[in-house]
Design a protein around this ligand. Structure first.
Ligand code: DAK
Length: 258
């Protein structure tokens, strides 16, 4: 692949957006390769995925403005579908996805981070949805996910005024969970991923699915989703192992993803 690099470290996969000269801007090839990379990850082995940007300047500075600017209507619709499909794939990916935002996360870059389950960032990160200044609306879910993460008032200010925010403000409003010096970001991402990966994989997947699916349902239906997935855990080896370890006062747990 030209614009995506993939690396596995034990049970943690890392996808690098690898187009640093263009600040990892998302053109159709990047989106296509991101899609392929997600499809080729072995989920029997990999328990958590990290997405980050190559270089020390940008996570992704948005959809590729050069490519977008000349798109005829049909190709624009295809581009839009490609982006939305891959972003939904990330959001609904069976295992947790952490965005390690290492610089600019603007437009489609901010939207990409918001498809991920957890965002952490470096001190030089900048988040924003500058689209209204370019004559368009956010198009990869920015008008929807930002509001859900930080609330309507703050999301509307960022989108309507096209205001970029720095890492400390992103932390203050809950857009990111933690801010680190840039040199420490990947270690922190790997540490968090490792902590998640040490838990029972099926329980982790089911908990993500339950939170995602329940979010848009009325609470009485949402808890039914939870009940089903909770029940499913009791058919697993790892539920017996996890509870057995507690009862036997064992620290070591042998979770086998079954
Ligand atoms: N697209 C293409 N190239 C980009 C880019 C982008 N978004 N951002 C940066 N680059 C390129 C620059 O053109 C430059 O390339 P060369 O000139 O060297 O060839 C290189 O990256 C370095 O950028 P700068 O020279 O500008 O670097 P600076 O440090 O001076 O500035 C910056 C960094 C991030 C402040 C600046 O590059 C910037 O403002 N970039 C654009 C940020 C932006 O507006 N992003 C939002 C893009 S719009 C939709 C779906 C999605 C979307 C829309 C619709 N539908 C489904 C309908 C999404 C839209 C967007 O994301």
């Amino acid at each position: 692949m030209d614009f995506i690099r993939y690396e596995a470290k034990g049970s943690v996969g890392i996808i690098y957006l690898n187009r640093p000269k263009a600040l990892n801007a998302l053109n159709s090839q990047v989106l296509q390769e991101l899609d392929l990379a997600m499809d080729s990850i072995d989920l029997e082995i990999i328990r958590v995925l990290i997405i980050t940007g190559e270089g020390d300047k940008a996570f992704a500075a948005g959809a590729d403005i050069g490519e977008m600017s000349t798109l005829p209507r049909k190709r624009a619709a295809e581009f839009s579908k490609k982006g939305n499909d891959v972003f939904l794939k990330i959001e609904n990916y069976p295992i947790p996805v952490i965005a390690a935002v290492n610089g600019y996360a603007l437009g489609g870059g901010c939207e990409l981070s918001m498809c991920c389950d957890i965002r952490i960032c470096s001190e030089n990160a900048v988040f924003g949805q500058p689209e209204t200044g370019l004559g368009i609306t956010p198009g990869f879910g920015g008008t929807q996910r930002l509001e859900r993460i930080v609330g309507a008032g703050r999301a509307k200010e960022m989108v309507l005024a096209a205001t970029n925010i720095k890492a400390d403000e992103a932390y203050r409003i809950g857009l990111v969970n933690h801010v680190y010096p840039q040199a420490e970001l990947m270690d922190a991402a790997l540490k968090l991923a490792g902590k998640i990966a040490s838990n029972a994989p099926i329980a982790v997947r089911h908990a993500k699915k339950s939170m995602n699916e329940g979010y848009s349902l009325p609470i009485d239906e949402a808890v039914e989703v939870e009940e089903e997935l909770f029940g499913d855990c009791f058919q697993t080896h790892d539920q017996k192992e996890g509870m057995g370890a507690f009862l036997e006062k064992r620290k070591e747990k042998n979770f086998i993803n079954q």
